[in-house]
Design a binder for this molecule. Structure first.
Ligand code: FE2
Ligand code: FE2
Length: 248
């Protein structure tokens, strides 16, 4: 995969108070159907970046963060699970941001990040919170949802924004930064073509726990962010996953 030449189209949009979506499109020649890689910055006393992007997007993500705040002031670099687009350029960012530390769940720290990262991570237990200033984030363990034993999500409590990673992934390279339109059907269409879910027995229970946070904004990693009744949408996804077995 090469995304060189496309990074210039990286855009930055504020999708909730003090929360910025960085999005880089890639064309169908690189990912079938076209795709977007999104990262989110929470601008506060202790700034947080959620997802790093793959290593080949490091320059684009670095420059986009600099449009929001000085990269050197980053305090936390967090991510849902260990994959290239979630945390591939973690060490490049740690080198560029001397105050920053990785922030992840305990399983990610134990299995991967304690070894892979150039600085030790802060490992959060399920439901543990970190104050950033006027924002705060809570880590929610979500093993294997949609994939990865170490998977989890951050919920930002001041804006009720769920940084929901790969949930509701939508293909396509052109999206608005945030939408109130339905994202369940387009994301389900993508999932049925390329099923990235582990379909663990806990999937429904974990989605129910995420719904209990009653998010008002879903900060999706691939596709537009979404604004609306997040609890209902998450429970609708749980129903679809329970009723529609994966196509292999
Ligand atoms: Fe993933
Ligand atoms: Fe992803």
């Amino acid at each position: 995969m090469s995304t060189q030449g496309h990074a210039t189209s990286t855009r930055v949009d504020e999708i909730a108070d003090g929360i910025f979506r960085i999005s880089t499109p890639v064309p169908p020649s690189i990912v079938p159907g076209g795709f977007t890689f999104n990262q989110y910055v929470i601008r506060d006393d202790e700034p947080l970046l959620f997802h790093t992007g793959p290593r080949m997007l490091f320059g684009a993500v670095r420059d986009a963060v600099e449009r929001i705040l000085p990269l050197s002031t980053l305090r936390y670099i967090s991510f849902s699970h260990v994959e290239a687009d979630e945390c591939g350029s973690l060490n490049q960012l740690l080198a560029a941001a001397p105050r920053a530390v990785p922030l992840c769940g305990q399983v990610a720290a134990m299995v991967s990040i304690g070894d892979l990262a150039d600085r030790p991570p802060v490992a959060l237990a399920d439901q543990a919170s970190v104050a950033l200033g006027r924002h705060a984030v809570q880590w929610i363990d979500a093993p294997h949802l949609p994939h990865g034993w170490e998977c989890g999500f951050l919920f930002e409590t001041a804006t009720r924004t769920l940084l929901c990673g790969d949930l509701f992934t939508q293909f396509g390279e052109s999206h608005p930064p945030i939408t109130e339109d339905d994202i369940l059907e387009p994301s389900e269409a993508g999932r049925l073509a390329m099923d990235y879910y582990s379909h663990s027995p806990d999937t429904g229970r974990l989605l129910d726990r995420l719904a209990d946070t009653a998010p008002a904004t879903l900060a999706c990693m691939h596709g537009p962010a979404w604004r609306g009744d997040g609890a209902t949408l998450l429970r609708s996804l749980a129903a679809r996953l329970a009723s529609a077995p994966p196509r292999h």
